[in-house]
Design a protein around this ligand. Structure first.
Ligand code: IMP
Length: 192
C-alpha cells in the first residue's frame, strides 16, 4: 500500500477521499503526519494556493504529498466567493456566516447557477502534477440537511434534487468536484 500525505486539516475531506481510494493508498492527514501548522492560502487563484500548500508540506516532510483547494463559483456573484470561499464572511472561517452571506446576496435573483471547482496539486518523486474537478449545480433559497460541511446545505448538484448536506458521503461522491479531481489523481498514480 502506498502512503500519501494530504495537506489538510479538514477531516471531512480526508474521509471523502479515503472512501474513494479504498485500500490501494493510505491517506495521511497533517495531524497524523505530526504537522500542526495552518497552511497559508495567500493567492488569488486555486492553483497557486494548492501549489503553496503542497510545497509547504513537501518541504516539511520530504514525502510524496498532495493538496487541494476548492472554491464555490456563483454566476450571479461573478464567480464569488471562489478562492475566498473559506473566508467569505470573515477571517474566522465560519460555515454558517458564509452561507448566510451567500443567501442574502442571492435574495433577489432567480439566477442561482453555481459550481464547485477543486484543484489538486500532487508532488510525487519531487515533480508537481495538477488535476481539476468541477461540479455544476444551483444554490437553494434555504438550508437543507445536516451532513457534510461548508456550503453543502445550500448546493444541489446538477442531476439530483437533493442538497449535498442531505446525501451520504457515497452519494455526494457520485457528483462531487473533489471526487472528479481525486479520480484523475489516482488514475494517474495507478498508471505510473
Ligand atoms: P478549502 O480552502 O479548499 O478548504 O475550501 C474553501 C471552502 O470551500 C471551505 O471552507 C468550504 O466552505 C468550501 N468547500 C470546499 N469543499 C466543499 C464541499 O465539498 N462542499 C461544501 N463546501 C465546500
Amino acid at each position: 500500500m502506498y502512503t500519501l500525505v494530504f495537506a489538510t486539516n479538514n477531516q471531512h475531506k480526508v474521509d471523502e477521499i479515503q472512501s474513494l481510494v479504498g485500500n490501494d493508498f493510505k491517506i495521511i492527514p497533517l495531524k497524523e503526519a505530526g504537522i500542526t501548522i495552518d497552511i497559508p492560502e495567500p493567492h488569488d487563484n486555486l492553483k497557486d494556493n494548492a501549489a503553496e500548500k503542497a510545497r509547504t508540506i513537501h518541504a516539511l516532510t520530504q514525502k510524496n504529498c498532495f493538496s487541494e483547494d476548492t472554491g464555490l463559483e456563483i454566476d450571479f456573484l461573478k464567480g464569488a466567493p471562489g478562492v475566498k470561499s473559506a473566508r467569505y464572511a470573515g477571517e474566522h472561517r465560519d460555515f454558517q456566516a458564509n452561507i448566510d452571506k451567500v443567501l442574502h446576496e442571492l435574495n433577489n435573483t432567480t439566477n442561482r447557477v453555481a459550481r464547485f471547482r477543486t484543484v489538486i496539486c500532487l508532488i510525487w518523486e519531487n515533480k508537481e502534477y495538477y488535476f481539476e474537478g468541477l461540479c455544476s449545480g444551483t444554490i437553494t433559497t434555504e438550508m437543507h440537511g445536516e451532513k457534510g460541511f461548508g456550503y453543502d446545505p445550500i448546493f444541489i448538484p446538477t442531476g439530483s434534487t437533493k442538497s449535498f448536506a442531505t446525501m451520504t458521503m457515497e452519494e455526494k461522491n457520485i457528483f462531487s468536484h473533489r471526487q472528479k479531481a481525486v479520480t484523475q489523481l489516482f488514475t494517474f498514480l495507478k498508471g505510473l
